[in-house]
Ligand binder design. Structure first.
Ligand code: EPU
Length: 301
């Protein structure tokens, strides 16, 4: 979607920056996605005004974080992509509290906290993406989920059109799901973390990295796990048991390393990936009578 010149001028006055005609295939870990204008929200204070401008101009929009858990439609996209630029350092520590910008890299946050002898998040080390995306989805791995440590979140609340600070215990953190509205924009988080010696945290990080390297296709384009695990089960194991590793639609392929990772093995389109997802879901419904839910966020037009 193209942003008209008079809106671009106003956004720039408000401290935003427009990048016209960006291919989201270059901004997502799957390497899939069409083209649209991108708006970088450089000034946090002006976010409510920018958002109200987009509303008044009837410009649909979506927030793109790290782009690591999203499957974006092909072609010309009918919405603008919003981005928070990464500000360095974007993180600081006071006692057992860590304050981290939503645009910061999740793994970077884990190692930064480790250097301050704050642990607990070792399991999150190899989860790609931004802190904001991890908050929204309550990212987790190896027994750790980010929600456990959240004490406060600063966000732009779409419902009120204002910047707000929400206390951790007023947020619901479930398995890969939170009570944030899809249009809320995470800005900054305060985490309370247990004290732990750096060396011990590092040892935990190494163990998780090794497990991940041994079981996941880290050098291929993917969005992590495609489906949520059904209660008490593993979607990856179920897909594997049906001998679907390597199964493909065009260049969209079930990873031959971890069957719940669907990879872009070349020039896969969103349409290929969606067909593969539907096909696998159908086969699991037939074989096990279960309906798998997406873990990956799908942005269709
Ligand atoms: N398994 C197979 N074949 C496969 C994949 C897995 O037999 O192709 C078996 C494994 O051997 C293991 C069991 O299934 O016995 C579970 O596998 P794994 O430990 O890889 O965990 P998972 O349930 O498949 C979840 C998360 C991952 C997270 C890992 C590690 C979901 C949907 N997935 O995977 O998160 O990294 O645990 O904690 O919750 C993600 O969110 O994108 C993601 C990758």
């Amino acid at each position: 979607m193209r942003i008209e010149d008079h809106v671009v001028a106003r956004i720039e006055e408000l401290g935003g920056e427009i990048r016209p005609g960006v291919s989201l295939a270059e901004e997502t870990s799957l390497g899939i996605g069409g083209t649209t204008d991108e708006l970088l929200l450089r000034s946090q204070d002006s976010i409510p005004e920018v958002m109200s401008l987009l509303g008044n101009e009837n410009l649909p929009h979506r927030f793109l974080g790290g782009g690591t858990n999203v499957l974006v439609a092909d072609g010309e996209l009918p919405w603008v992509a919003l981005h928070l630029p990464k500000a360095r350092p974007g993180m600081c520590v006071e006692g057992n509290m860590a304050y981290v910008d939503a645009a910061a890299d999740l793994g970077g946050m884990v190692t930064f906290c480790a250097t301050h002898n704050l642990g607990g998040m070792e399991g999150l080390i190899g989860v790609p993406g931004s802190v904001g995306g991890a908050l929204r989805m309550n990212a987790g791995a190896y027994g750790t989920q980010i929600g456990t440590y959240v004490r406060e979140v600063q966000l732009y609340r779409a419902a009120s059109g204002e910047l707000e600070t929400v206390r951790g215990h007023d947020i619901r953190f479930d398995y890969r799901h939170t009570s944030f509205a899809p249009e809320d924009l995470m800005l900054r988080v305060k985490l309370e973390l247990p004290s732990k010696p750096y060396k011990e945290i590092l040892a935990g990080i190494r163990v998780c990295n090794e497990k991940r390297r041994a079981s996941q296709p880290l050098n291929q384009k993917s969005a992590g796990c495609i489906f949520k695990n059904p209660p008490g089960g593993s979607a990856g194991k179920m897909i594997d048991d049906l001998k679907l590793k390597g199964h493909r639609v065009g260049d969209a392929m079930v990873s031959d390393r971890h069957a719940n990772f669907f990879v872009n093995a070349g020039r896969a389109t969103c349409s290929d990936m969606l067909k593969l997802i539907d096909d696998v879901r159908e086969r699991l419904r037939g074989a096990y009578g279960i309906e798998l839910e997406h873990e990956v966020i799908v942005w269709q037009n």
